[in-house]
Design a binder for this molecule. Structure first.
Ligand SMILES: Cc1cc2nc3c(=O)[nH]c(=O)nc-3n(C[C@H](O)[C@H](O)[C@H](O)COP(=O)(O)OP(=O)(O)OC[C@H]3O[C@@H](n4cnc5c(N)ncnc54)[C@H](O)[C@@H]3O)c2cc1C
Length: 467
């Protein structure tokens, strides 16, 4: 991970804490930082099994997305008014993250250059229309429609056939952001203990007790910010599926990318289920990722989420399909991580089992960078006995639908995932996918944008295409 100057964060955990956060990713760190900023006298402890940023937060694509692309699912669960307020809060959060980085001197390469939501085959064209139309109907217009020529010019490749542009989105170097946040948390007085795994939470007493690899802690409130690792925790285990996402990075090729018309900081993603996402880094590399890279057996995040040479090669192949002129560019770097997809495509932010003193946030579904800031701010408020301000109450309720138990989820999930891949490969090649592939792929409950699961009614367009 790219880093800031390190300070030690080890040792035995303290015996007590007003707010004890589990997980040193962005959700946990934002919670701890906001708690300290709101109440400097509160004792805030953060426990991390590995190192801060070692999970998804330090290895993601760096897209600071808003929540507008999930508006349909959100409105269905929370109602239009709350969905609108939350989406506005997440949109504002992009700029607030940038301001925070400036104020605390975090060199996270923040850049608010916008996002292109695009189509790289005819089947994807118009995927954004239902969301865009629903937003227009309530007077929100985060997207500007692009002509085919504009889309190709902005993305640097004619493989992009159509799209919309959202100016509010940004990008960061995620590892720099999370390690910078760790430094700020330490400076504010958060007691961070890395390499300290929480083994259990005993919450039957008035104050919960955490059992850790370094001793027990008596907590005022516990905040579980363990993303994909939450997927084995009831009742969220029936709501979350863990999938891999794979990223590759080229050597620095700033001049080649500029010649294509690709601007630094602009983020691009296509409209497939196994979403492709890409951007140019500050040091002129093309960073290219692909979602949907394998279901976690037993929902357990194991070593298979560290690296996969086979998946990386697949991602390189897609990079070269979209940017054929870069055929000769070395793509030496690859990594992967675990993504916690929820059935609704939206995060759960609330009390575990309705318990007053155990809070949890998980299920960011591949869009967690900006929402984790908003969730962390509300979790800090709730942990300090205040009301949430931005995340709708509805996101604290688990929906009635349930995923099948293991090993059915793993076996079924892999069958569906492979059908999605077959279908999307056929679409890329201009072939009609087989009826079987379409039927099985349509069972996929995970989605990066609106249209995930049954939380949203599929658009006519999507229905017509049996997505
Ligand atoms: C490859 C990839 C690309 C992505 N790209 C984007 C993107 O471009 N934009 C976007 O918005 N989102 C993206 N995401 C999703 C985003 O990274 C996550 O939603 C976000 O980082 C979640 O942050 P978090 O703090 O909740 O979880 P994490 O960063 O995963 O942190 C959870 C932490 O909990 C710790 N932990 C787990 N169990 C325990 C325990 N028992 N005791 C102590 N600690 C524990 C883990 O070690 C881990 O460090 C991507 C994800 C991946 C994997």
């Amino acid at each position: 991970m790219a880093g800031e100057p390190e300070q030690p964060a080890g040792g035995r955990p303290p015996a007590t804490g007003d707010v004890v956060v589990v997980g040193g990713g962005l959700t946990g760190l934002w919670t701890a930082v906001h708690a300290k900023l709101s109440d400097p006298a509160a004792s805030v402890v953060l426990l991390e099994a590995g190192v801060c940023g070692g999970g998804a937060s330090g290895r993601n694509g760096g897209f600071l997305m808003t929540a507008w692309s999930k508006f349909g699912s959100l409105a269905k669960i929370a109602g239009v008014a709350d969905a609108l307020a939350y989406s506005r809060a997440v949109e504002d959060a992009v700029g607030e993250i940038g301001e925070f980085c400036t104020e605390y001197a975090i060199e996270a390469e923040f850049n608010q250059a916008g996002w292109v939501w695009t189509a790289t085959n005819t089947e994807q064209v118009g995927t954004w229309e239902q969301t865009s139309d629903a937003l227009a109907a309530i007077g929100a217009s985060p997207y500007r429609a692009l002509s085919r020529e504009e889309t190709a010019a902005m993305t640097g490749s004619p493989v992009h056939l159509a799209g919309v542009f959202e100016a509010a989105a940004g990008t960061v170097n995620p590892a720099r952001l999370v390690r910078g946040l760790r430094r700020v948390a330490l400076q504010l007085g958060v007691a961070i203990r890395e390499r300290t795994a929480v083994l259990g939470v005993e919450s039957s007493r008035t104050r919960p007790t955490l059992v850790t690899s370094g001793g027990s802690i008596d907590a005022g409130t516990v905040v579980l910010a363990t993303s994909a690792w939450t997927a084995t925790l009831a009742p969220l285990d029936s709501q979350l599926v863990v999938l891999g996402s794979d990223v590759v990075a080229t050597d620095p090729i700033a001049e080649r990318l500029e010649a294509l018309g690709l601007r630094r900081g602009i983020s691009i993603s296509d409209s497939r289920r196994t979403v492709h996402y890409y951007r140019v880094s500050e040091d002129g590399r093309l960073i290219f990722g692909k979602g949907g890279g394998g279901v976690a057996p037993g929902r357990i995040v194991g070593r298979r989420f560290e690296r996969s040479a086979r998946r990386a090669e697949e991602v390189r192949r897609h990079l070269r399909r979209i940017y054929p002129s870069l055929w000769d560019v070395p793509v030496p770097h690859d990594w992967r991580g675990a993504v916690d997809y929820s059935l609704s495509g939206l995060p759960f932010v609330g009390r575990l089992h309705g318990q007053e003193r155990v809070l949890v946030a998980a299920g960011f579904s591949g869009n967690g960078l900006t929402p984790s800031y908003v969730a962390g701010r509300d979790l800090a408020r709730m942990a300090l006995g205040r009301d949430r301000v931005a995340v709708p109450e509805a996101l604290g309720r688990t929906p009635g639908r349930r995923l099948p138990p293991e090993p059915l989820l793993f076996v079924g999930g892999e069958i569906v995932r492979r059908a999605v891949e077959r279908k999307e490969r056929a679409e890329d090649e201009g072939r009609v996918p087989s009826r079987a592939a379409r039927a099985v792929a349509s069972l996929d409950p995970t989605s990066f944008v609106d249209g995930g699961g049954t939380a949203t009614k599929p658009s006519n367009l999507m229905a017509r295409r049996c997505r």
